[in-house]
Design a protein around this ligand. Structure first.
Ligand SMILES: NC(=O)c1ccc[n+]([C@@H]2O[C@H](COP(=O)([O-])OP(=O)(O)OC[C@H]3O[C@@H](n4cnc5c(N)ncnc54)[C@H](OP(=O)(O)O)[C@@H]3O)[C@@H](O)[C@H]2O)c1
Length: 326
């Protein structure tokens, strides 16, 4: 029997609750593949789940995304064999591991040109950007789009993809240096939302027209400003809560701000069935191959230093993606 080193939690809280344990790993069951994972993607949802803000059962693993090599194939699995390089982002919690069994229909084979570290850096985040620019709002040439936290992992990919689709992209970020990163990622304008008048600066950058869609992953600190930056009949896509959850408010406010639409989407239901998941993954790989998006790796940590990775993310000390290396 193989063995696996993985992060396990028996309680929720600070970074110290993540413990690295070694355990036996059974052969893959029917419909599963066993992966030797070579790169793990950190995503901000891992922080919410570690801290207990998005509850998980206990004990639990952590992490949604990894890339690696198929080491063994369970009964009935078709289309995958030993040695295939694959990536996944929705195969159940527990990606923080060096070896793992996952359902074969939740993994996709990596194209030749995409290495495993780049795949783990980009896949979950790009699958998020994919539904945000293609489904939540189908970005059209000429759209004015606002992307908050535009120097972050999802933010950079979302900005460059919206730009490639012909939008004018206004990014926000938490410092002048991060604004430079947002511009390099494809934003036409970058606004430092640490400044008190950031909403005015964003509206000015739209020439007073305001945005067709605001992609808000920051939540509490930005949400009311997002409503003010959105054009009449426009959409606020609230897809995260890095600064904390948005407080309850009267729906009448959406009327007062210009008959706005509000949605709170998630990447998982957008990729729940295998056929849609594979089609979306193909769209992501094509966007990478065409240069519409790229993997920008801000930091790499050995899996043993997972606590450092979480600390850096929570301290807003990162740009681009964080990758954990088993
Ligand atoms: N709904 C979905 O389908 C979905 C899927 C994936 C990710 N998400 C969300 O998308 C967001 C980005 O995820 P990511 O993994 O790419 O992370 P990330 O953007 O690399 O990191 C989060 C960023 O949020 C900003 N931020 C603002 N206020 C913050 C605060 N009080 N504490 C910490 N960060 C703060 C920081 O950028 P500045 O320093 O520039 O402010 C920080 O770098 C997260 O909110 C995540 O939950 C949602």
């Amino acid at each position: 029997m193989a063995s696996a080193r993985r992060v396990e939690l028996t309680e929720f809280g600070g970074v110290e609750v993540m413990r690295l344990v070694t355990a036996e790993l059974p052969a893959p069951a029917a419909g599963e593949v066993q992966l030797r994972q070579t790169a793990i993607g950190f995503n901000y949802i891992d922080v919410y789940q570690r801290a207990g803000k998005y509850p998980l059962p206990s004990p639990t693993g952590l992490g949604h995304e990894a890339a690696g090599v198929v080491e063994a194939v369970g009964e009935g699995v078709e289309g995958l064999r030993e040695g295939d390089r694959v990536v996944y982002m929705n195969a159940g919690i527990g990606a923080y591991a060096d070896r793992r069994n996952v359902a074969a229909d939740k993994v996709v084979k990596l194209p030749e040109g995409i290495d495993e570290v780049a795949a783990a850096a980009v896949f979950f985040k790009a699958m998020t950007a994919q539904y945000l620019v293609k489904k939540t709002h189908r970005v059209q040439p000429g759209d004015i789009v606002v992307v908050h936290a535009a120097a972050g992992g999802v933010g950079q990919i979302l900005s460059s993809w919206a730009k490639a689709l012909g939008a004018t992209v206004i990014g926000t970020a938490g410092s002048p240096a991060k604004c430079e990163t947002a511009l390099a990622a494809g934003c036409d304008v970058a606004v430092d939302y640490a400044q008190a008048d950031w909403v005015r600066q964003v509206i000015d950058a739209t020439g007073g027209r305001k945005a067709r869609v605001v992609y808000d992953s920051v939540g509490q600190h930005t949400f009311m400003g997002s409503l003010d930056c959105t054009a009449p009949f426009g959409l606020v896509a609230l897809y995260g809560a890095a600064s904390g959850p948005v407080a309850a408010f009267e729906p009448e406010l959406l009327n007062k701000k210009g008959c706005l639409f509000l949605t709170r989407p998630s990447v998982f239901p957008h990729n729940a069935d295998t056929q849609t998941f594979r089609a979306n993954a193909a769209d992501v790989f094509q966007a990478i191959e065409q240069g519409a998006i790229r993997a920008t790796i801000g930091a790499r940590y050995p899996l043993e230093q997972v606590a450092e990775a979480h600390r850096a993310a929570e301290a807003r000390a990162t740009t681009g993606a964080i990758v954990l290396l088993p």
